[in-house]
Design a protein around this ligand. Structure first.
Ligand code: SAM
Length: 214
């Protein structure tokens, strides 16, 4: 599909989806104005999708790997059961102020726990069984996060993994030094052959893999 049509289709989808709430809208704008690499934010359509999945599942424990400015965490929190919690991990301590600023304005603030540090060291310290996990951090580390969290997922638990189409590069010839694309291609293949899970790759935005633990 031509890139401009994709953009138009995305705008049409946004225009026919429930509007972004005020907090998310302000966070999106501040991220775009003040934070480096704003393209990393989930944004309206993907955020609404994450919120929908979470509200369908009503999870007690959610884990997000890669908080950035907190947009997806706020969307995922919308489905939490009343006694549920969401843990989110971000390696970049410079993002802590903006993340906390918006978490503090959320009605879910008491249920969201922010961890600053490397997910690969923090995950083993979180002694929880996850109902829903969103992986959205360093692409070359997807395999490490996946293997670290799979034993901590309940049967029937769901993992969502972002950017698995990597701007369409997964179906193009990989340049010799393009480690990110190769990592994602290898990761997608690994999931496809993993007998422990059922998986669905959706072409939403940059590609989301939905995985159910069997
Ligand atoms: C694509 S952004 C996350 C976007 C966010 N989930 C959202 O939808 O708004 C990826 C984030 O992962 C963080 N990150 C990268 N490697 C990490 C690691 N090993 N542990 C924790 N966070 C990491 C980056 O600093 C960056 O903020």
């Amino acid at each position: 599909m031509h890139a401009e049509i994709t953009q138009e289709i995305e705008e049409y989808c946004e225009a026919h989806s429930t509007s972004e709430d005020d907090l998310l809208n302000r966070l999106d704008r501040e991220t775009n104005l003040k934070v480096l690499r704003p393209r990393m934010i989930s944004g309206h359509l993907q955020g609404a999708f994450l919120s929908f999945i979470s509200r369908l599942l009503r999870p007690t424990s959610i884990l997000e790997i890669g908080t950035y400015t907190g947009y997806a965490a706020l969307c995922l929190a919308e489905g939490l059961s009343p006694d549920g919690t969401l843990d989110t991990i971000e390696i970049d301590e410079e993002l802590e102020d903006i993340i906390q600023k918006y978490f503090n304005q959320s009605r879910y603030k008491e249920q969201i726990i922010l961890h600053i540090g490397d997910a690969r060291t923090i995950i083993p310290t979180l002694n929880k069984k996850w109902d829903l996990v969103f992986i959205d951090a360093e692409k070359k580390e997807y395999f490490d996060y996946y293997e670290a969290i799979l034993p901590q997922i309940q049967q029937g638990g769901i993992i969502l993994i972002d950017n698995v189409l990597w701007s369409g590069k997964v179906i193009q010839e990989v340049k010799e030094n393009d480690k990110d694309t190769q990592s994602i291609i290898d990761f997608n293949k690994y999931i496809q052959n993993d007998q422990r899970v059922r998986n669905l790759l959706l072409p939403l935005r940059d590609g989301i893999m939905i995985i159910e633990k069997l």
